[in-house]
Design a protein around this ligand. Structure first.
Ligand SMILES: NC(=O)c1ccc[n+]([C@@H]2O[C@H](COP(=O)([O-])OP(=O)(O)OC[C@H]3O[C@@H](n4cnc5c(N)ncnc54)[C@H](OP(=O)(O)O)[C@@H]3O)[C@@H](O)[C@H]2O)c1
Length: 249
């Protein structure tokens, strides 16, 4: 029987590289995309910058020529920006959207015919920041709120084709994410921030197998989301304390 094929963006390190290991362990052939070489080898690595539409087109043509089908596309490449809205440079914001939203949609559009053919699955790695407004991370939140909206509406559009869409919202995970974040603000300490991606990627694989629509990880973030809706002022006060915003006045 032919091996199932997964395409993973942002495969060089962090969550993407851990996902590659997890899917390989489950017998998948992994095609990975990133600008730098993966720390742990994948079956095929395609070097590309997903913010460049020409690069996205080149990647898609390579995949179309070499592979008969794609079963899963994992849109994981992304980065953060720790900045207050009042200080956010518009070009920096455009660059952030270029990767976190437009790059994600670009590769999805190009590979969609192959995913439709296999009645496959699209997995978007969003964030709990796509549901929770976080001070000093507003621009990043905006990109992830957009990814959530994209996932939820794309899922409806894809239902007639039998294509599934899983939206994943992780909390803080220990990867190189904070190092690659730009902006002038420093991230405050967050519970769970020391944990690596191993448990997350295993939960993602399980959610994929069960054809779940969304995964919030760890689960306790569901309670934070509920609390934020019910007690928005308390949530805001905690944010102000956490980011030490009172001292900025
Ligand atoms: N870590 C967390 O706490 C956390 C929490 C919630 C959500 N997330 C989300 O999870 C995803 C992965 O984050 P991570 O924590 O694994 O971060 P990471 O360790 O910094 O990895 C980011 C990956 O994205 C790739 N990438 C960045 N810019 C790219 C570009 N222009 N073109 C192609 N690939 C690019 C990087 O590869 P190259 O640099 O080699 O290109 C790298 O493989 C992101 O979407 C992030 O928003 C992370």
């Amino acid at each position: 029987m032919a091996r199932k094929i997964v395409v993973i963006t942002g495969v060089s390190k962090g969550i993407g590289n851990a996902l590659a290991k997890e899917f390989q362990w489950h017998g998948f052939q992994v095609i990975g995309i990133s600008r730098t070489e993966p720390v742990q080898a994948v079956d095929e690595w395609i070097q590309a910058d997903l913010t460049d539409p020409k690069e996205v087109m080149r990647v898609a043509s390579i995949i179309k020529v070499k592979y008969p089908h794609i079963n899963v596309l994992i849109n994981n490449a992304g980065r953060g920006l720790y900045e207050k809205w009042e200080n956010t440079d518009l070009d920096d914001l455009r660059d952030l959207f270029e990767l976190n939203l437009f790059g994600l949609l670009g590769i999805t559009q190009k590979l969609l015919p192959m995913i439709k053919e296999s009645k496959g699955t699209i997995i978007n790695i969003s964030s709990v920041a796509g549901k929770l407004p976080v001070a000093c991370m507003g621009p990043y939140c905006a990109t992830k709120f957009a990814v959530n909206a994209l996932s939820d509406s794309l899922r409806i559009e894809m239902m007639p084709y039998g294509v599934k869409v899983l939206n994943v919202m992780p909390g803080r995970i220990s990867t190189g994410f904070s190092d690659s974040c730009t902006g002038t603000q420093k991230a405050p300490k967050t519970p769970g921030a020391k944990k690596g991606p191993e448990k997350l990627v295993s939960a993602i694989f399980k959610a994929y197998k069960k054809e779940k629509k969304q995964l919030i990880f760890p689960k306790w973030y569901k309670w934070v989301m509920r609390a934020q809706r019910i007690f928005p002022n308390y949530y805001a006060k905690k944010n102000i304390q956490k980011w030490n915003l009172d001292s900025d006045k």
